[in-house]
Design a protein around this ligand. Structure first.
Ligand SMILES: Cc1cc2nc3c(=O)[nH]c(=O)nc-3n(C[C@H](O)[C@H](O)[C@H](O)COP(=O)(O)OP(=O)(O)OC[C@H]3O[C@@H](n4cnc5c(N)ncnc54)[C@H](O)[C@@H]3O)c2cc1C
Ligand SMILES: CC(C)=CCC/C(C)=C/CC/C(C)=C/CSC[C@H](N)C(=O)O
Length: 478
């Protein structure tokens, strides 16, 4: 095998969300103990993984649920000695603005009968479609465990499932499912509400993120005990990186003369408190969405210039309310007969919220428990900040309400083009993957890929990059 070059001296990562911290973890694995890794964060470690506190208890306010087949997240929790809590449960209903068009019952068979009665076997067919997408997508784990990397998100998706799979980015979920024979009624009443709760958007999102969103309706979802953001702080510790609290303003391509070292290609200029500092790096990873509103990083002295990304992120407000839901908004049933713990809404519902549901604190192992006065903590997502009148419309009474506004995930608009991973020779960008789908696991996959890509490009292992036909090739290997 080819002889290895000396490892880089210094690597910078911008952003300490799950993407940045898992990059630090994988870069350490690949480049070894001697490389110095600086991780820049201008706010909190965790980024879009964050909690809000209600009466002394913390609740997930951003990324909250993890799929049982999200293997990177599962591995982190295991390797970092963290524990899990269950993140799904309770009965769900769908409100269309007039009535509950679907109400789950606690009896499994009853649900099946209701679904078949209203939609035929479309639910079952839908599960099969989602499972097929997930099965193919999971090939990425095998490729990554054999150290293969991809230079673009498109090449990665092509390697897992070929042209048809990559084509999911170019079509809306609506047209994809319509073509597959699903009815408008099923799409409006069952699929659109899932897209609203997960991505705050309609079925006009790309079909890949649509499938990811539908996997979030599977059973067995979980979260990290104590809060998902703990994964980030533990990854940071485990990677033995150096956290720098500061906001990166510029990344400048240096002239060799400046550093006296041909590999220290990049100068990172950052503000910490009122002071401006800078340092030189061999490799830089950007692990935050590159747009003015979210990171405001300027690239200097690159020829050709690094393109600006103007992609729009969806505004979502998380509101946590401890109080008594006004169930008459959704149903004429007496309030003691309501029984639902989550209400999703259709696009036609014309409500000011996308969904509302009871949530457990990050420490509750089992189903959420009411407090002594019988009330629960409810979480609702809305496109805008809720007014007091709106909260009073939704709740008969409430003790407490807290909110957090997010530029949450891309506003999907297929055909989708994912920003490049390689911005320059040794400058990598992770968050382009969000334009395929935004989820914790997607950032972790992008992080592993970027670490492998940086490693192979540093060592000139071109045979480990952008290999197609990997599925066939690895099928025969044990
Ligand atoms: C409300 C909501 C609900 C969600 N629910 C789920 C869910 O249930 N399951 C799921 O899997 N995913 C969910 N997601 C998506 C998931 O949270 C994100 O995909 C994931 O957390 C993105 O991680 P990241 O590290 O790529 O980006 P981020 O978490 O955004 O991290 C980027 C970091 O970079 C920092 N930064 C930015 N600019 C600079 C700068 N110039 N200098 C220094 N630091 C900078 C930011 O402060 C931030 O901490 C949800 C997201 C939201 C908002
Ligand atoms: C990447 C793969 C294959 C699966 C990830 C599935 C997953 C857990 C997606 C979550 C998507 C998302 C942005 C959910 C937001 S809302 C979550 C929850 N319903 C809540 O109420 O907080």
């Amino acid at each position: 095998s080819a002889e290895l070059r000396a490892p880089p001296e210094k690597i910078a990562i911008i952003g300490a969300g799950i993407g940045g911290t898992s990059s630090a973890y994988y870069l350490r694995q690949k480049f070894g103990k001697d490389v110095k890794i600086d991780l820049f964060e201008r706010k909190e470690v965790g980024g879009r993984l964050a909690t809000l506190t209600v009466e002394g208890q913390e609740y997930e306010a951003g990324g909250s649920v993890i799929h049982p087949l999200n293997l990177h997240m599962k591995r982190f929790v295991k390797d970092l000695g963290l524990s899990t809590v269950q993140a799904s449960g309770g009965l769900l209903g769908v409100y269309d603005g007039q009535t509950l068009v679907f109400e789950e019952s606690s009896w499994f068979i009853m649900n099946m009968i209701k679904l078949v009665w209203r939609y035929g076997f479309q639910s079952l067919r839908m599960h099969m479609w989602v499972e097929d997408v997930l099965d193919k997508f999971m090939r990425i784990y095998r490729y990554q465990s054999h150290d293969y990397a991809f230079s673009s998100v498109e090449k990665l998706l092509h390697a897992v499932g070929g042209d048809d799979f990559l084509g999911l980015l170019n079509r809306t979920l609506h047209e994809t499912l319509q073509k597959a024979g699903f009815s408008e009624k099923f799409l409006n009443e069952m699929i659109a509400p899932v897209m609203r709760v997960n991505y705050g958007q309609s079925t006009d999102i790309n079909a890949f993120v649509g499938a990811v969103s539908l996997t979030a309706a599977d059973s067995g979802l979980w979260a990290v005990e104590g809060g998902n953001k703990l994964v980030c702080s533990r990854l940071l510790q485990a990677s033995n990186s150096n956290l720098i609290s500061g906001s990166v303003m510029y990344i400048e391509k240096t002239r060799t003369k400046q550093t006296g070292n041909p590999t220290k290609m990049y100068e990172v200029v950052y503000q910490s408190g009122s002071e401006t500092h800078s340092d030189f790096y061999d490799i830089v990873l950007v692990a935050t969405p590159l747009n003015q509103k979210m990171s405001n990083i300027t690239f200097l002295n690159f020829d050709p210039p690094i393109e600006e990304f103007h992609q729009y992120y969806q505004h979502i407000v998380t509101t946590l309310v401890k109080g008594e839901l006004n169930s008459t908004v959704f149903s004429s049933r007496a309030k003691n007969q309501f029984g639902l713990s989550t209400v999703l809404t259709t696009d036609s519902s014309d409500l000011f919220i996308n969904n509302v549901g009871i949530v457990s604190s990050v420490r509750e192992k089992d189903s959420p428990q009411p407090s002594t006065d019988g009330t629960y903590v409810w979480k609702t997502f809305s496109p805008e900040i809720l007014t007091k009148q709106q909260i009073f419309k939704l709740f008969l009474s409430y003790d407490y309400a807290v909110k957090k506004s997010w530029l949450a995930y891309p506003h999907y608009k297929p055909p989708e083009k994912c920003p490049s991973i390689i911005l320059h020779d040794r400058l990598y960008y992770l968050n382009g993957i969000e334009f395929a789908a935004s989820a914790m696991e997607m950032s972790a996959i992008a992080a592993h890929n970027a670490a492998l890509l940086a490693y192979h490009r540093w060592n000139g292992n071109t045979d480990m990059i952008d290999q197609d036909g990997l599925y066939e090739k690895l099928k025969t290997e044990l």
